[in-house]
Every structure is written in structure tokens, then in C-alpha cells.
Design a protein around this ligand. Sequence first.
Ligand code: AMP
Ligand code: MG
Length: 244
Amino acid sequence: MNAYKVNPQAKFRLKEIKADKSSGDKEKVKAKLLELNRELEELQEQLYAEHRHKVLVVLQAMDTGGKDGVIRHVFEGVNPQGVRVASFKSPTPLELDHDYLWRIHQAAPGKGEMVIFNRSHYEDVLVVAVHNLVSQKVWSKRYAQINDFERMLAEEGTTIVKFFLHIDAEEQKKRLQERLTNKSKQWKFNPADLEERKLWDEYMKAYEAVLQRTSTSWAPWYVVPANKKWYRNWVIASVLVKTL
Ligand code: AMP
Ligand code: MG
């Protein structure tokens, strides 16, 4: 798993990690995931029972990257009592009146709790940087602020793991088309995703900066090859079981 952990000391290149990478036989890996699901379930129950540690899982990805799929397949079986998903959309006017960590901090896990961030404060150095929603002078200071914020959470008893679900542009095209043609997936199709897709290279640059600058010993990033959903799920479940 350490192969996918971003080393803060080394120069990081997103291109060096293949989005379609996998290893092992698909059916065997899927069976292994079921075992990991059970282990995760047991460990989460202990976390809840002990009421001491806090766990924060951050999920970031391009559109169609698989955040929803990870939440469904990796956390399948965990007790909803003690696990919470916090999804961060475009900030409301009230949220925009506050600093960008205001809404984030409120959603952070309490003792015994595991919280999954479906998008996160990282949007404030991703979409915000790509679209210049605030000036560069303002957003460029945020990497250090985020590291400090996460360090505080960690020192106060939160274990943090962050996953970037890495798909390539070809795979995204396939998945967007699937959303258009498959009736059960149409609800997920958002025409705005096509506009964002045009900014793919800008997003990759923004992600590269994020991964390079905010992978820390107290809150590491994992770049997960995510073209193959079964491999993606297995990598994340393995890291989580190890972390717990
Ligand atoms: P979805 O995850 O598909 O429901 O989309 C949520 C949308 O909210 C995405 O387009 C994000 O880029 C956007 N979003 C999330 N956080 C922020 C933020 N801090 N500033 C601007 N847009 C955001
Ligand atoms: Mg979307």
C-alpha cells in the first residue's frame, strides 16, 4: 500500500502513477474485498465502543472518479451508528461569509466516530484555484493553513487518511457517456461536468500541487489507481483496515 502513499520528501509526479493499474485476479480481489469489509466492520465497532479515537477519511476525485462507489462498496456493512458521510458542495452564502474551514471543522469526527468526507476543504485549493474564485494570493496560502489545521486535528486525537481516486481522461469520457445512456445512471449526469472536463489539465496541475504540498506524516495522501473499480475498492479497504 505504501507504493501509493505520497512521500512528502520526494518530487511528486501524477503522470508516474497509472490510473488503469491493477494487480491480481479480479474475482479473487473481489472476494478479498468482502473479507476486508468484515474486518472493517469489526474494527469500526471497536472504535465506536472504545469512544476514544476519531477517524477522518477524505475522498477527492475528478467528476465520475468513484467517490460514491467507494462509499457504497468499501463501507458496506459498517454500522451506520458511528459512521457519517459529510458531502461538501458549492458553499452557501452563509458558508461563503466565513473562512473556508468553518464548515469543515463542524463536520469533523468526534470520539468513536468515523467520518468520510465526500469532497472536502481541498476543493478550496482545487476548483477554487482552477476558476480563480478567490485570488491566487489568498488560495496559495491555504496549503500551509490546511496542513496546520490537519495537524491540530491529529494532535487532538484524529487519525486522518486521504485518498485521491485517480482516473484518466479517457475513463472519465467513458463514464460520462455511461451516465447519458444508462437510465439508472442518468440522474448523476450534470451538464456542468462537461465544462469542467475541458479544464482537465488545469485540474491535474492543481491536484499535483495539492498532493505534493499537503501529504504529511500526520495526514498522508494516497493516490489510488481508480480506472478499475474492483482494484480501487481493494486498495482503499486495505489502507483503512491497516490504519484502524
Ligand atoms: P457533486 O460532488 O457532483 O455533487 O458536486 C459538488 C460540486 O460542488 C462540485 O462541482 C464541486 O467542485 C463543488 N464544490 C465543492 N466545494 C466547493 C468549494 N469550496 N468551492 C466551490 N465549489 C465547491
Ligand atoms: Mg458530480
